[in-house]
Each structure stands twice: as C-alpha cells, then as structure tokens.
Design a protein around this ligand. Sequence first.
Ligand code: SAH
Ligand code: SF4
Ligand code: F3S
Length: 465
Amino acid sequence: MNETNLSGGLEALVQQRPDAVKRVFVKTYGCQMNVYDSQRMTDALAADGYVATDTPDDADLVLLNTCHIREKAAEKVYSELGRIRRIKAERAKAGRETLIGVAGCVAQAEGEEIMRRAPAVDIVIGPQTYHRLPDAVRRARAGNRVLETDYALEDKFEHLPQLREASVRGRGVTAFLTVQEGCDKFCTFCVVPYTRGSEVSRPVAQIVAEAERLAHAGVREITLLGQNVNAWHGEGPGGRRWGLGELLFRLAEIPGIARLRYTTSHPRDMDDGLIAAHRDLDVLMPYLHLPIQSGSDRILKAMNRRHTADDYMRLIDRIRAARPDIALSGDFIVGFPGETDDDFEDTLRIVRDVTFVQAFSFKYSPRPGTPGADMEFHVDEGVKSERLQRLQALLTEQQGDFAAGLVGRLTNVLIEKPGRSHGQWVGRSPWLMPVILDEKPGEIGDIVDVRIMRTGANSLFAQAV
Ligand code: SAH
Ligand code: SF4
Ligand code: F3S
C-alpha cells in the first residue's frame, strides 16, 4: 500500500467507522530526539490502523516515551504509570482493552525493573528497537508481555515506514530530523551512552531523502538532531568522508528548505567544515547550542568533558569570527561532586565572558551506573539550589539584555500559526524565540521581514515591514 492510500484510508475510516479505529496516546518526555521518535512511532502504528489521540481516556494504546537524564524525569514516569493503570482498570470494566507501553530511555535503562514493578505494563521497548513496535503491539494484543531492549543489529531507520506526508503536514512548517544517535563520550554524569548506545550516523542518502520528503510536505525549517550531532559523519560522493558542515551544504540545496539548525553539539566536535558552514551558509541560522556544563577546569576534567574553559573560549572566538552575529545557548550543571565555591565562581565567570541568549541549567543528579554517582564529596542539596538560583539569575539577565537589544532591529520570521489572541500571528525568529505579529503578514511557511517593536515574557513583538 502506498502512503497516499494509507493516509487517505485511515482518515476515511475515522470518518466512516469511528468505532473500528484504534487510538494511541503518546506522552513524550525529555529531549527533541524523543519528540522525533514519538512521531516516528505514531507513524509506524498508523500502518496498523492506529490514529493519535490527545487523551489517555479513549486510548487503546498508551505509550510513554520516557527520559532518564535526571532523577525527577524517571520518577515522573512511575507516577504517570499509576494514573494510566487506573484508566486501564476503568476501561476494562466497560469491556475495553488498554495496552500500556513504555518506550525511550527509562525503558532501556530499567526495562526489567519496570516489568517487575508495574505489572499493568504490556510493552517495554528501547530507543534502538522501536521499529519493532507494531509487532510488539500485535504480540501484546495476543496476551503476551513484551520486553524489547536488546540493541538491534538491523538499522532501525531502514525498517521504519517512510514519513507519512499527512502527519508531517499536520505538524507544521518546522521539523526535526535525527541524523546521529548515541554517544561515545561518557561524561561521568550522563546516562545517554548507556540508554542510546554508541554513536551511529545515518547515511547521507537516507538523510537527504527524508529531508526531501519533509520539504515536499511543506516543511521550511529543519533541525538536525543528534546526541552529538556534530560527531555525525558520512560518505559523500567518491567515498570522501563528510562532516556535518558538508551535510548542511547538501541539505541547503533542497528546494523549499529555507532554514537549517542542528542540536546538540559537543565542543570537541566543532570542526573547521562546520564553522565554514556558519560563515558561508545563509540558511544555517545564526544560533548555536553548545553546552559547556561548567567553567572550572577541575570540574570539566572530573566530568570527562575533555576540554578546558579556555578551549571553549577560543572555540567561541573562532565561531564568532566566522559568524559575528551568532547567538549562543548552553547547558550547565551545578553541584557536580567536588564543586567548590571557587569552581562555581569560574562557571559564573565564563557565563559573563561568553554571554548566552538561552540556557538550560540543572542541579547535578546522581545517576545509577554512572561514574559520577560513585564519586566522593557530593554537594549538599541546599548549596546546589543556591548556586542554581545565582546562575539562573545571571542567565535570565543575559537573555533579557539580548531581547532588549533586538528592539528596533530588522530581522525575518518564519510564519508558523495563528496566535492566541484574535488576529495575531506567531512566527519564529532566527534565534528560536517566538515573534508575535499583530496582523497576518503572509501565508504559513512564508519568511517575512519584520521590525522588532518590543519584548514580552518569552517572546518578541514585531511589525511586518
Ligand atoms: N549531548 C549533550 C547533552 C545531552 S543531555 C552534550 O554533550 O552537551 C542534556 C543536558 O542534561 C546536558 O547538557 C546536561 O547539562 C544535563 N544533564 C545530563 N546529565 C545530568 C545529570 N546527571 N544531572 C544533571 N544534569 C544532567
Ligand atoms: Fe551525555 Fe556527554 Fe554524551 Fe552529551 S557528550 S550525551 S553529556 S555523555
Ligand atoms: Fe532523556 Fe534519553 Fe533524551 S535520557 S534527554 S530522552 S536521550
């Protein structure tokens, strides 16, 4: 069955025989890659007649796509499972079956424990095996409990059905595209190398084909995803090794693609080819998420980041020389084991030296099985909270300064959707911040010139020019 038939058939079935349709509710936790994975899983289930629903109450299949990065993230999953289990029991009284699936990084890290602790769960499936989800669902419907967390030897992306054009259209003019997955860096605080496995890059042809499909479905802005997206490498024409820079140049040639971004990068993998792309490619947005975690060399070493604060500063200088208007965003961890007041002051200092327009900062959370969890001199929770507050105050101030500095300036926005208030429209600035417009300045998917008039809480207000 080709895709048009499938989507047409599914939509028609929903209209004609709503009772025959099966519904899947997917709840996504964690990073953008999980958002992308949830979309691919929903699409894979469409082939078996599942349509997405936005409430668990009428779902035949509830899928939690989970995150294991910090303690709180994993706890949320168990409390959500309690709620879903009660819905399952209620529905059973009415004679309706509900399958419960746990996917994502908690599934990978704690699959067997979930099976033990949560008997209502029917399917546990890891991030590397979700192309087998439709089969797992079939087996669960036949009464089996399914645990799929072995690293698959086959290529997941080869085995997934192609993107459904109907669902891409339903998701708007921006899209994620995973190009790289997994991590070999083993930072001592981080679970990702254990939950996502070792670094794998998707081949050029597969990525280009997916980007072309997205463009064909009306997508204008693509964000390439990877846990270490700039570690991506592939084979270009003539067997030459390509880095992410070359890939971006290739994707920029696709008709319809007006904006490219990528995330998340590791400072050690920012090579000359990628910096050249920032210099020469207008469609590559002047915004870069480049986590540093800490400004203290001692802590960076203990974290196994394998670069110093000075390496990072020099890298930023090179990037800014190539693209002076680039806006930087970062991730920070406070209270890593052994972090002293002086170490923390070093973090504040590097934040002042770099200036970030956006940032994510966290209290260190010891993760079972990572080296950090077994280190000495864990920092007191109260101290962590206090440091986080100080860091966030500084970062918020920098964000405010950046936004204020934009007032009066000309820029462009990608028109995305109607705003919440009547007549308003929402666009996306080159720096990811939403831009509110008072009137419709063009069609959805157009890129229009605007002047920034004032700043809002987390947005900018602008007028078309
Ligand atoms: N690959 C990316 C980060 C992926 S995880 C990189 O190397 O930068 C996203 C962010 O979560 C990290 O940048 C880090 O700031 C935070 N994080 C990861 N593990 C954590 C932990 N154990 N405690 C607190 N924050 C953590
Ligand atoms: Fe985690 Fe470090 Fe890998 Fe990023 S580079 S995913 S922080 S281990
Ligand atoms: Fe979380 Fe896994 Fe992403 S642990 S941050 S969902 S890679």
